[in-house]
Write a protein that binds this ligand. Structure first.
Ligand SMILES: Cc1cc2nc3c(=O)[nH]c(=O)nc-3n(C[C@H](O)[C@H](O)[C@H](O)COP(=O)(O)O)c2cc1C
Length: 188
């Protein structure tokens, strides 16, 4: 049986992003669970803010076509999202707005339909970004994704990671491993 292929990314472009750290820890957890994890940085796939006139004139940006193909080639997604004022950050809203659009240049469509997804959040705050979880989940369900049960939040994330990149707290790390295992099982 082939390994479940999981595409892992953070909803932050920031170099020192806490959610990029969480995405990296998530990718390691996916590999431990027997999955094949590809960790990408959305910073490498910049796209303009979605604008209908822009789309009508130029179609989908090349980077969005690349992302759509990558999503189509994976069995599941693992996303670490920042929380901005309780809401989904603009980078993810923009990325998913573009990805949801059909292209007249060919390539896969409906790439998020039936895609298994695990959602995580990291924040320097004490709630760990918990308010963004149901909002991102709703948005992904609207696009056809199938979220796995549960989620991971990392409060006080500035000091939550050990030198090897895993979560320093054993219970939190077990939660991450368990989320990754559920995603790999669902997507495999
Ligand atoms: C516009 C804005 C709104 C924010 N709102 C929240 C919030 O609602 N809850 C929270 O825990 N942190 C909030 N933060 C702090 C972010 O969690 C923090 O900047 C975090 O490091 C961003 O994620 P990143 O490190 O992956 O870039 C906010 C930050 C910004 C810039």
């Amino acid at each position: 049986m082939s390994k479940a292929k999981i595409l892992v990314f953070a909803g932050s472009a920031r170099e020192a992003s806490l959610n990029k750290k969480l995405a990296s820890a998530g990718a390691a957890a996916v590999r431990r669970a027997g999955g094949d994890a590809a960790l990408i940085d959305l910073n490498d796939y910049p796209a303009p803010i979605y604008h209908g006139d822009d789309e009508a004139e130029h179609g989908l940006p090349e980077n969005i076509l690349i992302l759509k193909r990558m999503i189509a080639e994976h069995d599941g997604l693992m996303i670490a999202t920042p929380e901005y004022n309780g809401f989904v950050p603009p980078l993810l809203v923009n990325t998913f707005s573009w990805v949801s659009r059909k292209s007249d240049k060919g390539g896969p469509e409906d790439v998020l339909k039936s895609k298994h997804v695990a959602i995580m959040a990291a924040s320097p705050g004490r709630l760990g970004g918990v308010r963004v979880i149901p909002r991102l989940r709703d948005c992904l369900c609207e696009l056809g994704c199938v979220p796995v049960q549960g989620f991971v939040t990392v409060p006080a994330a500035g000091s939550a990671f050990s030198a090897d990149g895993d979560l320093a707290d054993d219970t939190a790390q077990k939660g991450l491993d368990s989320l990754a295992a559920r995603l790999v099982a669902a997507a495999g």
